[in-house]
Each structure stands twice: as C-alpha cells, then as structure tokens.
Design a protein around this ligand. Structure first.
Ligand code: S3P
Length: 174
C-alpha cells in the first residue's frame, strides 16, 4: 500500500535542498524537517564531528533511523542529506511514503556551491573537485527513483520553489 503523504527533497550536496525546502514549507504552510539537522540535534554534535568520531557507517544508520521516524509521522516537507539514497531500502521507503523530488545541478555548480560550506561536509575534505566528481560517479542513477526532478543550475532559490509549487499544484499533490 502506498501512502505518499510527505514531500521529500533528495539530491547531491549543494543542489539547494535545505534552502529550497525551508522556503517551500513557508509557502505552503507545512512543517519542514531536515534529516541532517535532526541528527545534529539528537546527537548534540555536528555531522562533521560525528563522522570523525564514529565514522560514516554509524552516520548512515542514524540517518536511516531518523528518516523512518519522519516517514511514520504527519505530513512534512523532508529535506535529506545527499547520501540518504545510498541504501536501497531508504529509496524504497521514501518513494512509498512521499512525493520525491530530485534537485540536480551541474558538477561545476555543485563545486562552486560546496566551496562555501566545505568545512561542514566530511566527504568533501581534500580536493573538492575530485571528491565531488567521484561522488557523482559513485552515485550514478541512485537519485533517479524520484517522482520528479529539476535542474537547479541556472535557477534562483525562489525560481526552484515556484517550479516545485507548479508541479505540486498540477499534480494535485498533498
Ligand atoms: C552527505 C551529504 C550531507 C550530509 C553528510 C553526507 C552525502 O548533506 O548528510 O555530510 O553523503 O552526500 P547535504 O546533502 O545536505 O550537504
């Protein structure tokens, strides 16, 4: 049984999920929750600290647990960390319980945007360009399960929000 009650934004780091999700939530008066912020709040440390102390695998477990808790809850705009798609069960659960929108961006745009908050993203330490390109290669096709996708490369946050609102209204979602 499908119960697509949430709106879920997925995509690589730097595609604007968090900023877009927050604005979208204001426009349609829905609660907005970001999985990374939830993790940081619950653990009382930043994602970067958690990665350093406990490693990526522990982070992925926490991420999955937070995601499933949110999916069970009331209708919410859920913004996710870029790696949430790595587990196939996460992908299955997201598309079952929500309308999943993929935010895309060209690699150069992702690199440019990621420069601004590079220190907060443990997977991007080192050569930013190489890391981003490697992650894009490793995750090839993993975001494609989304119900809809939008290229944010040349759009402002407000434009992305407006496109998503059109999609939601056209389809009569939520
Ligand atoms: C990650 C993306 C980050 C955060 C963590 C890992 C990833 O979230 O969850 O650093 O694996 O792509 P954003 O996509 O919000 O930057």
């Amino acid at each position: 049984m499908y119960n697509k009650k949430h709106l879920i934004l997925i995509g690589m780091m730097g595609t604007g999920k968090t900023t877009v999700g927050q604005k979208l939530a204001q426009k349609i008066s829905l609660p907005w929750i970001d999985t990374d912020s939830e993790i940081e709040e619950e653990l009382g440390m930043t994602i970067a600290q958690y990665f350093k102390e406990f490693g990526e695998e522990a982070f992925r477990k926490k991420e999955t647990q937070i995601l499933y808790d949110l999916l069970k809850g009331p209708t919410t705009i859920i913004t996710t960390g870029g790696g949430i798609v790595l587990k196939s069960e996460n992908r299955k659960q997201m598309v079952k319980n929500g309308w999943v929108i993929q935010l895309r961006a060209d690699p150069e745009v992702i690199i440019e945007r990621a420069k601004q908050a590079a220190g907060t993203r443990p997977l991007l330490q080192g050569n930013l360009q190489e890391k981003v390109n490697q992650i894009i290669r490793d995750r090839q096709g993993m975001y494609d399960f989304a119900d809809w996708s939008i290229d944010t490369s040349k759009l402002s946050v407000d434009q992305v929000v407006d496109h998503i609102l059109c999609y939601i209204h056209d389809k009569g979602l939520i």
